[in-house]
Write a protein that binds this ligand. Structure first.
Ligand SMILES: [Fe+2]
Length: 293
């Protein structure tokens, strides 16, 4: 069977892109209901549940699952879900636990550098692992909500292929600039003179593999991002930020206990949140080098 995505993201092949555009018209702005899949047992996905998740990831690059009625939430459910969806290769980031799955919660006394994901502060728009080396790009994420905060902690999600569409339709030169291998540089991460991570340059948009689906590296942070000194690149980044500020393009979700997001590393953010004695936000997050196909 031919790959329907061959050349879709190639600027030289406008026909393939236009055909894809037509097929994607009905895929814009999914509702929570369109993304939601109820799962009875995360350790033993029914074929219908698996196909429902895969179909949503193919169409929208994301799905939301809900373990309604499944009372236990051991951490192993995340890797079990991933395995059944073809996700095998976990990224071991600096703060991941031994099983390479991160417990995201407020840590009052972080040793050394204060990482915002482990505070209750808002997280600006980004894709995960934008500072990773090219051979360690994060292509898929599972984020499972064990317990929600008393207030806040809302996520917005936006399919990065939609962002590509908006930009290419407005000016294909934006895409060319954002595919440049030096488009975005993350300075080295140093702590008290100790090098934790070397500086990392790379494109914003790239292909998962030749002829494959789109990958995006991005952070809306104003600090610690060096954009290529080129007028088109600077303008393209501004356009992305305008799109992200308009929440009519994105999906808004406040995950409840037992719900989770499975996605091909779409753009996302997080609002500020407040825990109480009885409602403490805890998320399990797995990041994969594999893509959900
Ligand atoms: Fe993230």
């Amino acid at each position: 069977m031919c790959n329907p995505f061959v050349n879709v993201f190639n600027l030289a092949d406008d026909n393939a892109y236009q055909r894809w555009q037509i097929s994607r018209e009905t895929c814009s702005h999914p509702s929570i209901e369109q993304l939601l899949v109820e799962v009875a047992d995360p350790f033993r996905l029914k074929n219908s549940e698996k196909q429902a998740i895969l179909a949503r990831c193919s169409r929208y690059n994301m799905a939301i699952y809900w373990l309604r009625g499944f009372s236990q939430q051991p951490k192993t459910l995340v890797s079990a879900l991933g395995r059944q969806l073809g996700l095998q290769h976990l990224d071991a980031n600096l703060s991941a636990d031994e099983d390479k799955i991160t417990s995201l919660q407020v840590i009052q006394q972080q040793p050394g550098h204060q990482y915002i994901p482990y505070t209750n502060k808002a997280l600006s728009w980004h894709t995960d692992g934008y500072y990773n080396k090219p051979d360690r790009q994060i292509n898929a994420i599972i984020m499972h909500c064990v317990s929600a905060a008393a207030e806040g902690g809302v996520n917005h999600l936006l399919d990065h292929e939609q962002v590509y569409r908006y930009l290419r339709d407005e000016n294909p030169a934006y895409i060319k600039a954002l595919m440049h291998p030096q488009a975005m540089t993350i300075p080295a991460n140093e702590d008290s003179g100790r090098l934790i991570r070397a500086a990392q340059s790379g494109p914003v948009f790239s292909l998962h593999k030749p002829g494959g689906r789109l990958h995006m590296r991005f952070s809306a942070r104003k600090r610690n991002i060096i954009w290529r000194d080129d007028a088109v690149t600077i303008k393209a980044v501004k356009r992305i930020n305008v799109l992200l500020d308009d929440t009519s393009h994105s999906v808004k979700i406040a995950l409840k206990s037992g719900q989770g997001i499975i996605c091909n590393n779409v753009l996302h953010n997080r609002s500020v949140f407040y825990d109480s004695d009885t409602h403490v936000r805890l998320m399990y997050r797995a990041r994969y080098y594999d893509r959900i196909t």
